[in-house]
Design a protein around this ligand. Structure first.
Ligand code: IPE
Ligand code: IPE
Ligand code: MG
Length: 267
């Protein structure tokens, strides 16, 4: 099955570990407020939690980790917080990329990068180039990302590339133009910080993703929390529109040939 296979057109393979985990890292500001610290102190601690999430996801066997770092609506925040977040992004790229590369991690940044200052854009391009050939975890940072922006940019690029097909585009035509066409759809979505909303994250891609919400604030989210989320994921029955009975029949069909083979071996 191709990486970009669709949960609405095919039935994706389901394993006990999610292949792709997508996270809304929320609660940095509240983490800081609880400690009578400025909001930005929470963002700084948030970077440490990112480091741990990358490590624990790689250890758990997750292949794709996507982290929502800055939404297309986060520009509405006070200017000094926005500029701190941009500086933090620059610093994180300067300081972390070499280590990510040493650990075989492939780094991708998705979002409308045209809004970033040239220095940040340069660092992004260099980091992606350096790590492009790595075969370990694919870490995607969504920055100035919005689910609506993504769908619209994909539609606009598709229309420009193949105008003759206007009015007859299919899901398969659109999918390659989405910002994360290199990854399978997320199996597990995690939102920290207690809110139960999607906040314009991967709107297209979350069609059949399992949703996990926790009150834990992002700077407090560690390996144990990730294990809890994966445990939750394991308890889900991923039906993709089918009935439980259909899934049971399928499981029987998969077990049956093995039973026959072991009976034969026993004879
Ligand atoms: C998430 O934490 C980080 C970003 C959106 C950049 P918040 O900054 O939203 O933290 P809360 O929700 O105010 O606690
Ligand atoms: C979502 O968090 C965006 C990121 C984590 C980057 P927000 O804190 O911005 O979401 P809302 O505004 O509470 O929905
Ligand atoms: Mg928030």
């Amino acid at each position: 099955m191709s990486k970009a296979s669709s949960s609405t057109l095919d039935i994706p393979a389901v394993g006990s570990v999610p292949r792709h985990v997508a996270v809304i890292m929320d609660g940095n500001g509240r983490w800081a407020k609880k400690r009578f610290l400025p909001r930005v102190a929470g963002h700084k601690r948030g970077v440490e939690a990112v480091r741990e999430a990358v490590r624990s996801c790689a250890k758990a066997g997750v292949e794709y980790l996507t982290l929502f770092a800055f939404s297309s609506e986060n520009w509405r925040r006070p200017a000094d917080e926005v500029s701190f977040l941009m500086q933090l992004f620059v610093r994180a790229l300067e300081q972390e990329v070499a280590r990510l590369h040493d650990n075989g991690i492939r780094l991708r940044i998705v979002g409308d990068l045209s809004a970033f200052e040239p220095r940040l854009t340069r660092l992004i391009v260099e980091a992606e180039k350096l790590t492009a050939g790595n075969g370990g975890l694919t870490l995607t940072i969504a920055a100035n990302y919005g689910g609506r922006w993504d769908i619209l940019q994909a539609v606009n690029r598709l229309c420009a590339a193949d105008p003759s097909k206007a009015g007859r585009y299919t899901e398969q035509d659109l999918a390659p133009w989405l910002a994360m066409s290199y990854a399978p759809e997320p199996d597990l979505f995690i939102r920290t910080g207690g809110e139960q909303r999607v906040s314009n994250f991967l709107l297209w891609h979350l069609a059949y993703t399992e949703l996990y919400f926790t009150d834990t604030l992002w700077p407090d989210f560690g390996e144990a929390e990730l294990s809890r989320a994966i445990e939750f994921y394991r308890t889900r029955e991923r039906r993709f529109g089918r009935t439980s009975e259909q899934l049971a029949v399928r499981a029987d069909a998969e077990i049956a040939p093995r039973r026959i083979a072991s009976d034969a071996a026993g004879r």
